[in-house]
Design a protein. Structure first.
Length: 700
């Protein structure tokens, strides 16, 4: 069957389309449009000319344009660069049965590679525009100049979690294009000098920043969906994060960022949100999935309500075959078309639930991702919990492929740092890369972090006992109440020299523990310059200095930045800190020393008792780098007691001496030195470790 029609300046011809692939595809003769809906009675393809408020033409997709559950049409005579499109879906409107069809809504294509409607951050189209969100057809070529994903060994990663807009939005960034992908390109030298080799970008899939309806009661300012955890298009990059977004250049700009980062030895991991969408729960907006086939894309109760395992109103039905295939195709697309190195899956435990919300031992989606040929070699990181209490740290189905955000590492290290009792024994497991959790994997399965976007910053961790989220407009009810933080004696900013000295000491100790633990370290943007959110531990809605990276602090806190940089450099030059297998406290190479040995204030006598606040360990580098000379010996003595302790140093082999690399109780520049330039210490038998501090020695 063939049909002809006129639409403005276009003479169009319609043919039954190909049902695969889904989405809009350029063919040798025209454009193929294919959309899935199991429960719709009919569909209408709505075409717009770019920038025009009203449709160019609406094309009913009758039964002649349907194959099974897929509506498909091929249209000739269109200029793909000049049009936008969407769908109206006709079918039952029966909420109790899970159906919310409403042909008055023009819906986004779930497979749209580019989306208009939020082309400039914080700016909506005029109110008279029909369908503010529109799908676009991607036609722009890109020259990758031979770039490929870097494939860095997992255990070598040092992950820097960052938000695209926040990194360069502050006026002090002094970049040509603040708050954009291009702005990050202008600051790549900073990342390279810091030493991180992987950035984990908070969500960059298209979302609606106007989704948040709260107002800051302290200032009267509107709040935003700022972090981006409300996806409306999984295949489309956020246009409002692009300097060229107003002209539709977000795809090229994001690819340019990835290419530039790769050229500087930095991998790119995307934070992806397949657990819920920006359409919300009851009373939410029909933007795409809800209107196309609500019962397929979301988990629904028997009476048609949304299961809310995410805390956001809806839960994606991830293990439905159609949704599962969409997610797989999406991941493949970002790997092949954007050269993305890996993914961090937000609330990943949602992806192990079946359509009724019950956890599965062998979830089809996780298995499919794990065994997919295109995704082989791609880094996969699970946030192994959800908002409904399913906590799977150490038990997430991994198929030999997945790593996890190790929430237990965060919690134990925080408690140990603030002096809680009963932590020393578990600290051993966390420093080892958590073999108690990942014994059938490797240390790289543990993504170690003390801070992330969600929760207190490193500075605030030692400045506040309680969260202070009043600016979020939710009466301080939002955000986590269990922060394991310590204000060091005074809540908030202080002019007390002793308080500030202690806070600075604890920040240095925290990063030193993080970067000397086995596993993969991750820290959040701004921690290296003592960024504060003023005690707000849930700044998801703030497009202001609570989230923006303040580049003035690079100079103001250059001592802390230097400490971060040198700790990162130290980790890089010592493979003993990056073991590919779990250390076993045995001598496997005949060095006379175990790969790791545990100590207390007395050598070879660890104190893991309930009241212990001290911990020390010795790494024998011969085990990790057993070639000529191997790696150095490394001794780390940690004292989180409120008084100093004398630690006996384990004796080294003949001809070797101990050298001081770092002492977090000292003031800069004496707190740390360049790796390789460590100074010999006078006494080779014992040393004083001040309260709330640690010392790192190198034996060579």
């Amino acid at each position: 069957m063939k049909r002809s029609l006129s639409a403005g300046k276009y003479s169009l011809t319609l043919y039954p389309g190909r049902p695969q692939p889904l989405g809009a595809t350029i063919t040798p003769t025209g454009l193929n449009f294919a959309v899935y809906s199991a429960h719709a009675a009919a569909a209408v393809l709505v075409l717009f000319e770019k920038g025009e408020p009203h449709p160019l033409v609406e094309i009913p997709l009758t039964s002649d344009f349907r194959v099974g559950h897929i509506f498909a049409v091929e249209v000739t005579g269109l200029d793909p660069e000049a049009i936008e499109y969407g769908y109206r879906m006709e079918g039952p409107h029966n909420p109790a049965a899970g159906h919310l069809f409403d042909p008055s809504h023009i819906l986004l294509d779930p497979y749209a590679r580019q989306i208009s409607g939020r082309n400039t951050w914080g700016k909506k189209p005029p109110a008279y525009f029909v369908a503010p969100f529109r799908s676009q057809i991607l036609t722009t070529p890109f020259d990758w100049e031979g770039d490929r994903p870097l494939r860095l060994p997992f255990e070598d990663l040092i992950i820097y979690e960052m938000h695209v807009r926040s990194f360069t939005r502050h006026p002090s960034a002094q970049v040509e294009h603040p708050g954009t992908y291009a702005g990050i390109i202008e600051k790549v030298d900073y990342l390279k000098a810091l030493g991180v080799n992987c950035v984990e970008l908070l969500p960059i899939h298209e979302f609606d920043e106007f989704e948040n309806t709260f107002v800051n009661p302290l200032s009267g300012e509107r709040l935003w969906q700022y972090w981006g955890y409300g996806t409306i298009g999984f295949f489309a990059p956020k246009a409002g994060f692009a300097a060229s977004g107003a002209a539709g250049g977000q795809v090229v700009e994001l690819k340019s960022l990835v290419k530039t980062l790769h050229q500087n030895g930095i991998e790119v991991i995307l934070d992806v949100v397949f657990n819920h969408t920006g359409e919300g729960g009851a009373g939410g907006h029909a933007i795409s999935f809800r209107g196309l086939d609500n019962k397929t894309y979301y988990m629904l109760t028997p009476d048609g309500h949304y299961y809310n395992f995410t805390g956001t109103g809806n839960t994606v039905n991830c293990n439905h075959p159609v949704v599962r295939e969409m997610i797989i195709q999406c991941l493949r697309y970002w790997v092949t078309e954007y050269h993305i190195d890996g993914f961090r899956f937000d609330l990943a435990s949602i992806m192990v639930r079946d359509g009724n919300g019950q956890p599965m031992d062998n979830p089809p989606l996780i298995e499919a991702i794990s065994r997919d040929g295109i995704l082989a070699g791609t880094k996969l990181i699970a946030e192994a919990w959800d908002a409904a209490g399913l906590y799977q740290v150490g038990t997430f189905p991994h198929y030999g492929r997945w790593s996890e955000w190790n929430g237990k590492y965060r919690d134990v290290v925080r408690r140990f740092l603030k002096g809680d009792e009963g932590q020393a024994g578990e600290m051993v497991q966390r420093i080892l890369g958590s073999p108690d959790l990942y014994q059938d994997r490797a240390p790289g399965a543990s993504i170690n972090f003390i801070t992330c976007h969600d929760g207190f910053t490193l500075n605030d961790l030692f400045s506040y006992n309680q969260k202070h989220n009043e600016a979020n407009g939710e009466n301080n009810r939002d955000g986590n109440n269990d922060n394991n933080s310590w204000n060091c004696g005074e809540e908030g900013p202080s002019e007390n020299v002793q308080v500030n000295t202690l806070r600075y000491r604890l920040m240095r100790s925290a990063v030193a523990i993080l970067l000397t633990s086995q596993g993969v370290p991750m820290f959040h943007m701004g921690d290296e310059i003592a960024h504060t959110k003023r005690g707000n531990n849930n700044t998801y809605g703030h497009d202001n200095e609570l989230n923006w990276f303040n580049w003035k602090l690079v100079e103001e806190h250059h001592h802390l930045l230097r400490f971060f940089r040198l700790m990162i450099a130290f980790r890089k030059v010592h493979p003993a800190l990056r073991s590919r297998t779990f250390l076993s406290n045995t001598d496997m190479v005949g060095s006379g020393y175990p790969d790791i040995s545990w100590h207390g204030v007395r050598a070879w006598q660890p104190d893991w008792s309930y009241h212990s606040h001290t911990l020390a360990y010795l790494l024998c580098g011969r085990h990790v780098a057993p070639g000529p000379g191997g790696d150095d010996y490394i001794f780390i003595a940690i004292n989180m007691h409120w008084k100093p302790h004398v630690f006996a140093m384990p004796e080294l082999p003949d001809g070797l001496d101990w050298y001081l690399f770092a002492d977090t109780a000292r003031t800069s520049p004496h707190d740390i030195c360049e790796p390789g330039s460590e100074a010999p210490i006078g006494r080779q038998t014992d040393l004083i470790v001040e309260s709330h501090s640690l010392i790192i020695l190198v034996g060579r």
